[in-house]
Structure formats: structure tokens, C-alpha cells
Design a protein around this ligand. Structure first.
Ligand SMILES: Nc1ncnc2c1ncn2[C@@H]1O[C@H](COP(=O)(O)OP(=O)(O)OP(=O)(O)O)[C@@H](O)[C@H]1O
Ligand SMILES: [Mg+2]
Length: 268
């Protein structure tokens, strides 16, 4: 695995124009960091600190007010990036197979080829029996697996994941963390993964970046010392896991309290 910077984020600042009667909102206050090729970076931070904004900037869904972001395109045969949203973001009117093949269809891949790839990923996610089902016929965890299958089938160089497991029960979440770890071990992708869960960040990430209360900045970086391949369950009994959890929480707690105080101030 090469370790070239895949993503460069240089003083990224986003100011949203205020709603009527309110001033502008500085969501990102100048974020700088690099992400290496093949690295899985997790971002934690208090609610409203600009995590989604940062991912949206990386996905070209939001414009920077200042600064720049660059994603190096190192493989013309693959799409550069794709975003996985909370709540799977799959189309209710398409079957599982059509959903998983959707990105490939957009890329103009012929039907036989894209169906083969979609089928493979549907199998990887344990959804074979549901290939022709519609999302409404699936549980939340299964829908989320469809979202993951679609992202992996699309095979982007960079995967941007915004709390993809946030709405799931704890057991399903563990299983999907295992699934992501397994897939990532098999073909390392550059992943930026936003989560509210310190455990999830430590389980998945090579690094855990902590953002400040809004305007969001990166205030701390932790390197997760766990060898790969990782097992999401076994990690939890590693003494380093609880030690790092405590360290990260001590940094995050101050920011969560600051964000809450600002919120209370704004509504008082
Ligand atoms: N389109 C928009 N227009 C105006 N303000 C916005 C817009 N999108 C987000 N904001 C504000 O920018 C700030 C950052 O929002 P963002 O969604 O990036 O936070 P977040 O860290 O993802 O929060 P959460 O953890 O709750 O998902 C918030 O104060 C939010 O209200
Ligand atoms: Mg968000």
C-alpha cells in the first residue's frame, strides 16, 4: 500500500449565509489535514461542529468559503469518490439489485457486467435472498448493508461515510463494523468515516481526528495502535482500547460541553 497523500485539506473554511434574521454561520473554521492513500480516518466531534459539512465539501456538494481541498485521482479506471449517508440513502422504488448496480449504471457499465458485480456484493453482504426485494421489505440493518454494497460495488478511490451506522441497534452496528473491516482489509480504500461513537472510531480508524465545537477545527489526532486485520469484538477487551477511549473522551468532552453551552446561549 502506498502512503501518498490522497486527500489534502488545507485551511478549509465554510461560512453558511444566515437564515432570515440570523447572522452567517461559520461551520468550518479552517480545517487542515492530509489523508494517506489507503488510510481509514475517523472523525468525531460534537453535534453541529461541521463534520457533515466537511464531508460534503470533499464530495463537491458544498463550496468552500476559503481554503482548498484536493483529492488526487490516481486511477482513471475508477470513480474518485462516493458518499454514504446516514440512513443508507437507497431508492425505495428500486430493488436491492437495482440499487446496488445504480452507480455502475451511471458509469455506463453494460448490464451483464454490472449485474454480475452487484450480485457479488449482494452476496458479500449476505443478502442473496433479497436481491429482488424492495427496501421497504428489509430491516434497517439490511437496508444499510444495501447502501454499503452499493458503495463497494461502485468501487471509488475515496469513500466518504457520514455516520453510516448511526441509526442502527448496537448488535447490527457491530456486525456492520466487522463487515467494513473485512472489506477494507481485502482492498484498502481511502475512507473518511464520521461517527459520534468513540468506540466505533477506535475500532475502524487508523487515526481518530477530534473536531472542536463550531466553528469546527481539528484539535487533536490519535493514532489507533491496533494491528490489522482487526476484530471489532476482540478489540474491546484490549486494555489499550479503554485507555485510548478515556483519552479521546477527555478531549471531546470539553468540546461537547462548549457546544452545549453555545446552544443554550443561542436559545436563551
Ligand atoms: N445549508 C446550511 N445552511 C445554514 N447552516 C447550515 C447548513 N448546513 C449546516 N448548517 C449549520 O452548520 C453547522 C455545522 O453543521 P453540520 O451538519 O456540518 O454539523 P455536524 O457536525 O455534521 O452535526 P451532527 O453531528 O449533528 O450531524 C451547524 O450549526 C448547522 O446548523
Ligand atoms: Mg452531521
Amino acid at each position: 500500500m502506498s502512503r501518498l497523500p490522497k486527500i489534502t485539506i488545507d485551511h478549509a473554511r465554510v461560512v453558511y449565509p444566515g437564515a432570515r434574521g440570523a447572522g452567517p454561520v461559520e461551520a468550518l473554521g479552517g480545517v487542515s489535514c492530509n489523508v494517506a492513500d489507503g488510510e481509514l480516518v475517523c472523525i468525531v466531534g460534537p453535534s453541529g461542529c461541521g463534520k457533515t459539512t466537511l464531508l460534503r465539501v470533499l464530495a463537491d456538494l458544498e463550496q468552500l468559503t476559503d481554503g482548498r481541498v484536493v483529492i488526487t485521482d490516481s486511477d482513471p479506471a475508477r470513480p474518485v469518490k462516493a458518499m454514504v449517508f446516514q440512513g443508507a440513502g437507497i431508492f425505495p422504488w428500486m430493488t436491492v439489485e437495482q440499487n446496488v448496480a445504480y452507480g455502475l449504471r451511471l458509469r455506463g457499465m453494460p448490464p451483464a457486467e454490472r449485474i454480475e458485480i452487484a450480485r457479488r456484493w449482494i452476496g458479500e453482504m449476505g443478502l442473496d435472498r433479497f436481491a429482488n426485494a424492495y427496501p421497504a421489505q428489509l430491516s434497517g440493518g439490511m437496508q444499510q448493508r444495501v447502501g454499503l454494497a452499493r458503495a463497494f460495488a461502485y468501487n471509488p478511490q475515496v469513500l466518504l461515510m457520514d455516520e453510516p451506522f448511526g441509526a442502527l441497534d448496537a448488535q447490527t452496528r457491530l456486525i456492520l463494523q466487522q463487515t467494513l473491516l473485512r472489506q477494507w482489509d481485502r482492498e484498502a480504500k481511502t475512507v473518511v468515516f464520521v461517527t459520534h461513537s468513540i468506540e466505533e472510531a477506535l475500532t475502524l480508524g487508523d487515526r481518530v481526528l477530534v473536531m472542536s465545537a463550531r466553528p469546527g477545527r481539528l484539535i487533536h489526532e490519535f493514532r489507533a495502535p491496533f494491528a490489522r486485520p482487526r476484530d471489532a469484538i476482540a478489540l474491546r477487551s484490549d486494555p489499550r482500547f479503554s485507555a485510548m477511549f478515556a483519552e479521546i473522551w477527555s478531549v471531546l468532552r470539553d468540546e461537547v460541553e462548549r457546544a452545549r453551552a453555545a446552544e443554550l446561549g443561542a436559545t436563551a
